[in-house]
Design a protein. Structure first.
Length: 95
């Protein structure tokens, strides 16, 4: 068996877990259609992202974005914190 997200086989260092494609915290259920087998690292990385948001996150990280920035870009809801500057711009100190 392999992880639904990274397609790697489960091993002692990548144990099998059950993940919600739509997290329960965002309205997902325990219905079998919403559950997938995921390795522990992917399940932890995904946190409360939806399956599509997590796939976007993985693509952004593969393109070289930092993990925190990619997570914020991938999160598709109005409650997610947003970065208001480009990553290459220096931070401006608040006056």
């Amino acid at each position: 068996m392999t992880c639904h997200y990274c397609q790697r086989p489960f091993t002692p260092s990548r144990p099998q877990t059950t993940d919600h494609k739509i997290p329960k915290s965002r309205g997902g259920t325990n219905h079998p259609d919403n559950l997938v087998d995921a390795c522990y690292p992917c399940n932890q990385d995904k946190a409360d992202l939806t399956e599509q948001e997590y796939r976007t996150f993985l693509a952004l990280v593969a393109c070289g974005h930092s993990r925190p920035y990619a997570w914020q870009l991938a999160r598709d809801d109005d409650e997610a914190p947003r970065i208001t500057r480009r990553p290459s711009e220096p931070a401006v100190a608040a006056e």
